[in-house]
Design a protein. Structure first.
Length: 408
């Protein structure tokens, strides 16, 4: 949570998103665990004229989305079209510890594939040992979010989000700053395997020199490629599997108990944004987790959207996160303060937690509900159908370094 500019009206931001190009079509590259090899043929295009804007010379998208029909493609910024070479480069960078100031931490340190890109911690632990007030978030289908992080209406692109972990100082995550930024770029430049990958991803600079702009664009492209659509829920939707009786009851309850009001299909989160979205949902909710002063206060370390907007009514407001792969992403909530799915259900049954139940800003949907033992078991059975075993093993998303030793 770096200090961010005070919020513009949300609708302006949303309109900004509307100016976004889509790389259409419905297929993704065939599964490959190999990416642009060190010896890859860097494009031999003549150096771009310096007077040309980079968009005029950047590689056209060669990407196709492989998505079920209920998941329209995400929006992609016009100045960062998806290409296979960018995704391939981004995968290396996502797993590269040299990208942190002291060389100890990569994105993947806090976002582990086997945990659906969370890390099992209530609080992220930065490269210099500082604890993050919040829990690392899952990254499956992350490109469909209208805003990023737990509670920031101003962060509307993955490109912009990425500057938080890299350069953020409150708390320090990867710890890149004025004193080490050149060193970090130099480390990448010193690895001869990177130049051809950068040149392939960004043919406008055939020298393949690492720049922050290109690093951010490549990692964001890799994040957009992190697609989870092979859970049992998906298989049932595609007619390839059937729910057990308990799962089917749990799904019905998920709808009748209003879970679906905030955790909407197909990603089971709030703020779903695709090329087909006409009016994006940009709502945040207060779930009555805290009420420190009887007037709704949340702990100062992570008070919610109010931290960005300064508006009293935004106290305790958070985005409803995706529930895809929720079985793997404990502990739960923005501060990891709920250990198990059973406790999550308890919290919803009670209509909040402790004094938080009387939080004056609590969503009206968080009212006490009677869940029988069977209801609880059914809801959890359904939530587990959102686990995608293929996603957490997919070689396209895995650490490329052990599999592809650097040749120099
Ligand atoms: C020190 C641990 C840590 C590291 C390293 C880290 N993250 Fe995160 N990540 C977090 C935490 C904690 C959050 C939640 C932040 C918040 O709500 O303020 C988060 C949130 C995110 C989100 C938002 C997801 C969503 O649904 O809104 C994205 C995207 C993300 N991280 C990508 C990255 C990338 C890319 C890198 C590497 C450049 C990275 N992270 C490095 C801990 C980390
Ligand atoms: C009013 C909107 C709303 C409703 C209704 C709602 N949720 Fe949530 N849910 C949220 C928000 C917001 C969060 C994150 C809150 C936070 O971290 O402070 C969340 C978090 C969760 C989490 C933890 C996610 C994570 O990654 O840590 C689970 C699991 C969950 N909800 C399941 C459910 C179930 C099951 C129901 C129905 C019984 C339900 N939700 C109803 C808004 C809602």
């Amino acid at each position: 949570m770096t200090a961010l500019p005070r919020l513009q009206p949300v609708w302006l931001l949303v309109l900004a998103v509307a100016a976004i190009v889509v790389t259409g079509c419905q297929r993704q590259p065939a599964a490959t665990s190999e990416v642009a090899p060190a010896t890859s043929t860097a494009p031999t295009a003549a150096p771009a004229s310096p007077s040309l804007p980079s968009s005029a010379v950047q590689a056209a998208s060669d990407w196709t989305w492989d998505l079920p029909d209920y998941l329209p493609p995400p929006r992609v910024p016009a100045d960062n079209p998806m290409t296979q070479a960018k995704v391939a480069l981004g995968r290396y960078l996502f797993y590269d510890k040299r990208l942190s100031g002291n060389g100890t931490q990569a994105c993947a340190t806090c976002h582990l594939q086997k945990l659906a890109f969370t890390d099992g911690r209530a609080h992220g632990l930065g490269s210099t040992g500082q604890a993050h007030p919040r829990s690392p978030m899952a990254l499956g289908n992350v490109s469909w979010n209208a805003t990023y992080t737990w509670a920031n209406p101003a962060l509307i692109t993955l490109e912009r989000q990425m500057t938080n972990p890299i350069f953020g100082e409150t708390p320090v995550e990867m710890g890149v700053n004025d004193s080490n930024v050149q060193q970090v770029l130099q480390r990448l430049a010193d690895d001869p395997a990177y130049a051809p990958r950068f040149a392939a991803a960004f043919p406008q600079d055939p020298t393949g020199r690492p720049t922050w702009d290109h690093i951010v664009k490549a990692v964001s492209s890799f994040e957009r490629a992190l697609i989870t659509t092979n859970s049992k829920y998906d298989q049932v939707r595609q007619g390839r599997a059937r729910y057990t009786a308990a799962e089917a009851r749990g799904y019905a309850l998920f709808k009748s108990a209003d879970c679906i009001q905030c955790h909407q299909e197909p990603n089971f989160g709030g703020q779903f944004l695709s090329v087909a979205t006409v009016k994006p949902d940009v709502s945040f909710h207060n779930k009555g987790l805290y009420n420190l002063d009887g007037q709704g206060a949340y702990p100062a370390a992570s008070p919610g959207v109010i931290e960005i907007t300064g508006k009293a009514s935004d106290m305790g407001m958070y985005r409803a996160p995706t529930l895809r792969n929720i079985e793997l992403t404990a502990p739960y909530m923005h501060d990891g303060s709920v250990a198990t799915l059973g406790e999550v259900i308890d919290l919803y049954a009670a209509g909040g937690r402790g004094a938080g139940k009387d939080n004056p800003l609590k969503s009206p949907l968080l009212r006490p509900r009677h869940f029988s033992a069977q209801d609880r078991a059914d809801l959890i059975a359904f939530l587990k159908t959102l686990t995608d075993p293929q996603f957490i093993r997919d070689p396209r998303y895995s650490d490329p370094f052990p599999a592809a030793p650097k040749k120099s």
